[in-house]
Design a protein around this ligand. Structure first.
Ligand SMILES: Cc1ncc(COP(=O)(O)O)c(C=O)c1O
Length: 471
């Protein structure tokens, strides 16, 4: 492909992109594919001869698009969103064009310095403490892994990095029973061992119970175990419960335990001053992560990770072979030393475009609109005697189940709701997900997609009621 052909296709693709985003709400939101459907359509071997872009694009339209679940559809209510937006997509096009590796300051100075500034903007917008220093990670999972590695190194005085875990086999990490699976993954990768992840019970609103946390830590200390890290969640995946950060922080301070805050979804809501109660006590945290790629209209991947002590983070992860020794070493931020991979995408660019193009006020309006729609839906559910609200609506996630009159048996209710979810998602009109809360099968409807409006929520609720009445 030469530059002229590239220009021609870039224009054509831009038209396709605009058409797609205009019409995406009319496509089946959940891919209506069976396992193997797409795989079968792709040739067994890579082509030996060049194929034309026209042919490749036809296959994209015919094979790939129908096999996609459309996360940018306003009828997407499943999971936490992976929101995109026009300014973010435009920036991603530029990022791909620059094609830069942003591992060290020297390899892309603008990327490193924009990243530093964007993290400061986010810190200011969300009310996070001024002493935090930020870096963009690919995901909250990576950020949490890095936090656990850093906590492990701090407690072992950086000896695990040198000697391995041989002498440190009784480290303990604490989180609630509602915590995201990425914590367990991090504990496994970090060599702490899954058996040393202590899952603390929650209260009736699915928040970690600090009293139980305290008891667990004390019991561990008595038998010589070493508490290394507590993970508090703001916005649990199941029910967006907000763990009581200030009480957890007090416990961590008392025992000198690393406090990591996982606010993957809920963190974006901190741009709303009325929700800053969630971070009372955050000044005592050692690390904090939230994902602009979830609820701040910035394409995946963009995870904002903040730490209290950047030197401790760098000491945990830095390795400098000769070929990476640059002249400004130590004077600038070489972000490859703040995370796991060496190579890094230019992620700050899309964040810059989004924050400038929307402006804080519009971002706030959008989040408030989502939260308002969720709370109104919750009211409708509460007023309907065939449906049951299963958790408080703290942000924009509504957890509910169908509970037809006369059916009290929990197993039967679980089965009905599982069937209802399948029926809803098979229509292709909307897409919901599920979880279990107190062993009860619960439908999760997250109202937070970039372009979701009241009419989409109204249509979704109408469809759910119609389909449930067929049982
Ligand atoms: C509370 C919480 N933490 C962590 C994650 C993992 O996020 P990521 O996909 O960025 O690793 C999620 C994902 O939804 C989450 O809900």
């Amino acid at each position: 492909m030469d530059n002229n052909a590239f220009r021609k296709y870039a224009h054509e693709f831009a038209d396709w992109m605009a058409d797609y985003l205009e019409q995406v709400e009319n496509l089946p939101v959940k891919a209506q594919a069976e396992p193997g459907d797409i795989y079968r359509q792709i040739p067994e071997k890579a082509p030996v001869k060049s194929e034309s872009m026209a042919e490749i694009f036809i296959d994209f339209m015919n094979i790939i698009v129908p096999g996609m679940t459309h996360w940018q559809s306003p009828n997407f209510f499943a999971y936490f969103p992976a929101n995109s937006s026009y300014p973010s997509i435009l920036a991603e096009m530029l990022t791909a064009t620059l094609g830069a590796q942003c591992m060290k300051w020297e390899t892309s100075p603008a990327a490193a310095e924009l990243e530093e500034k964007m993290m400061n903007w986010l810190k200011d917008m969300t009310g996070l403490p001024g002493h935090f220093q930020g870096v963009i990670q690919d995901s909250a999972s990576t950020a949490t892994l890095v936090a656990i590695l850093n906590a492990r190194e701090k407690l072992s005085e950086f000896q695990v990095n040198d000697k391995g875990m041989k002498w440190f086999d009784n480290f303990r990490v604490y989180c609630s029973t509602e915590t995201h699976s990425s914590i367990e993954k991090a504990v496994k990768i970090g060599g702490i061992g899954r058996q040393n992840l202590v899952k603390i019970g929650v209260d009736d609103q699915f928040r970690l119970d600090p009293r139980l946390l305290n008891l667990s830590i004390e019991a561990d200390l008595k038998v010589g175990n070493k508490p290394v890290c507590v993970v508090a969640t703001l916005g649990t995946t199941g029910a967006t419960a907000i763990d009581p950060l200030d009480e957890i922080a007090a416990i961590c301070s008392r025992y000198g335990i690393w406090l990591h805050v996982d606010a993957a979804f809920a963190g974006s809501a901190l741009i709303l001053p009325e929700l800053r109660w969630m971070i009372k006590g955050v000044e005592h945290a050692d690390s904090f992560v939230f994902n602009p790629h979830k609820w701040l209209f910035t394409n995946f991947d963009c995870s904002a990770y903040f730490v209290r002590d950047k030197y401790s983070l760098i000491r945990t992860l830095q390795v400098i072979p000769e070929y990476l020794r640059t002249q400004d070493l130590g004077k600038v931020n070489d972000y490859c030393d703040w995370g796991v991979p060496l190579g890094r995408r230019f992620r700050a660019l899309k964040l810059w475009f989004v924050l400038r193009s929307f402006g804080t006020e519009t971002l706030q309006e959008k989040l408030r609109y989502h939260i308002r729609m969720a709370k109104e839906l919750a009211e409708r559910i509460e007023q309907d005697d065939e449906f049951e609200l299963m958790a408080p609506v703290t942000l924009s996630l509504v957890c509910f189940r169908y509970k037809p009159k006369g059916i009290e048996d929990e197993t039967a209710l679980n089965e009905i709701n599982e069937k209802l979810l399948k029926k809803i998602n098979d229509t292709g009109q909307i897409y919901l997900s599920h979880t279990k809360l107190n062993r009860k099968y619960v439908l999760r409807m997250l109202i937070g997609q970039t372009n979701v409006e009241q009419r989409h929520v109204d249509q979704a609720w109408k469809l759910i009621r119609v389909l449930s009445s067929e049982f």
